[in-house]
Design a protein around this ligand. Structure first.
Ligand code: G4P
Length: 291
C-alpha cells in the first residue's frame, strides 16, 4: 500500500514484517493438534482487525471469533457485526479481557461448539480431557491479556516481539481447555487506506508507520460524520459535520490550550490529544468499522 509521507514522497507501507510470516508458518504447524481456535478481533474494528486469510486457513477447525475490547466499542454496531459473523457460520462472543467481562461465557461457547465431540467421547465411556486451544490475532488486540486472564495469572507479555524465541508451553485453565502459551500473531489485513487508518487509530500499528496528520484527518472526518456529538462534548466546542479539518484542529487546539509561541496551534500536540482520547475511551464508545 502506498501513502504520501510528510514530505509528499510516496512511501510503501510494510504491513507484515518477516517475523509475522514466520509466525503464520508456526500457526499452521500447530493447527493440526488444536481442538479449537480463538480468533481475537478488536470490537471497534471487526473488519479492519480480521486477517482475511485466517478464516480460510483454519479450514474446518472449530473457531470462535472473540470480539475483545467490547468496553471501547459502540454496542449497537458491535451487535450488528456479531450477527454478521454468526450469519457466516461462526460462533461469536464479545468480551473485555482486561476486566474479565464475559470471560465465563467462553467455556459455554466452547462446549456448544464441541458438543458432538463431547457426546462421542462420553458415548465411548471415555473421560473428557481438556481441549487444546490457540489464540490468534493481530498485534495489540489483547491476546496476552486474554491468555493471562483465562490462566488467572499476571505475567509478562508473551507475544509479538521479533527475535524473541520461546518454547511453547501449555497452560491449564479451569475452563475445560488448555491454551498454547504463545499466541499466534497475524499480520493485519492488506487493503484499503481506511483499514490502515483504523489500525493506526486503535494502536494496532505503530504511530510512525502512517503519517499522523492523515490518520487524525481520517478520524476527525469519520467522527464528524458518525460521532459529531462525542467530539463536541469532549472538547466543549461547536463544530459541524462539514467544518474544515484544519479549522476543527484550531478549535480543539484553542479549547485545549495547545498554543505555541506567536499564538500558533501546536498541531502535533492536538493529534496526540485526539488519539489518546480515542484510545482511552474519552471520546466515548466509538466503532470505526460501521456496518
Ligand atoms: P497482544 O498480546 O495481542 O499484543 O495484546 P496485549 O494483551 O498486550 O494487549 C494490548 C493492549 O490492549 C494492552 O494495553 C491491554 O491492557 C489492552 N487490552 C487488552 N484487552 C483489553 C480489553 O478488553 N479492553 C481494553 N480497554 N483494553 C484491553 P496497554 O496499554 O498496551 O498495556 P497495559 O498498560 O494495559 O498493560
Amino acid at each position: 500500500m502506498v501513502f504520501l509521507d510528510k514530505n509528499n514522497k510516496f512511501k510503501q507501507i510494510n504491513w507484515y514484517p518477516g517475523h509475522m510470516f514466520k509466525s503464520f508458518k508456526e500457526i499452521d504447524k500447530n493447527l493440526k493438534i488444536m481442538d479449537l481456535i480463538f480468533v481475537l478481533i478488536d470490537a471497534r474494528i471487526p473488519s479492519s482487525s480480521m486477517n482475511p486469510q485466517i478464516l480460510k486457513s483454519l479450514k474446518h477447525k472449530p473457531t470462535i471469533i472473540i470480539f475483545n475490547k467490547m468496553d471501547l466499542a459502540n454496542q449497537i454496531n458491535l451487535n450488528r457485526w456479531i450477527k454478521h459473523y454468526e450469519d457466516e457460520g461462526f460462533a461469536c462472543l464479545a468480551i473485555d479481557a482486561r476486566n474479565g467481562r464475559n470471560i465465563n461465557n467462553i467455556k459455554t461457547k466452547v462446549n456448544e461448539l464441541l458438543k458432538d465431540k463431547i457426546e462421542r467421547t462420553l458415548a465411548k465411556g471415555l473421560k473428557i480431557k481438556n481441549f487444546k486451544a490457540m489464540v490468534l490475532g493481530i498485534p495489540n488486540v489483547g491476546k496476552s491479556t486474554l491468555i493471562n486472564t483465562l490462566a488467572n495469572r499476571k505475567s509478562a507479555k508473551v507475544g509479538d516481539r521479533p527475535g524473541v524465541t520461546k518454547t511453547a508451553q501449555w497452560i491449564k485453565t479451569n475452563e475445560g481447555f488448555d491454551l498454547l502459551d504463545m499466541p499466534g500473531v497475524l499480520w493485519p489485513k492488506l487493503g484499503d487506506k481506511k483499514t490502515g487508518y483504523n489500525l493506526a487509530i486503535t494502536g494496532a500499528i505503530k504511530d510512525d508507520i502512517l503519517p499522523l496528520d492523515d490518520v487524525v484527518h481520517h478520524l476527525i472526518t469519520f467522527m464528524q460524520k458518525y460521532y459529531l456529538k462525542n467530539l463536541q462534548e469532549r472538547y466543549s466546542i461547536y463544530i459541524e459535520e462539514n467544518t474544515d479539518f484544519v479549522e476543527v484542529l484550531d478549535i480543539i487546539g484553542k479549547a485545549r490550550g495547545t498554543l505555541i509561541k506567536g499564538g500558533e496551534i501546536d498541531y502535533e500536540r492536538v493529534y496526540t490529544i485526539i488519539l489518546n482520547d480515542l484510545r482511552s475511551n474519552q471520546l466515548g464508545e466509538v466503532s470505526l468499522d460501521i456496518i
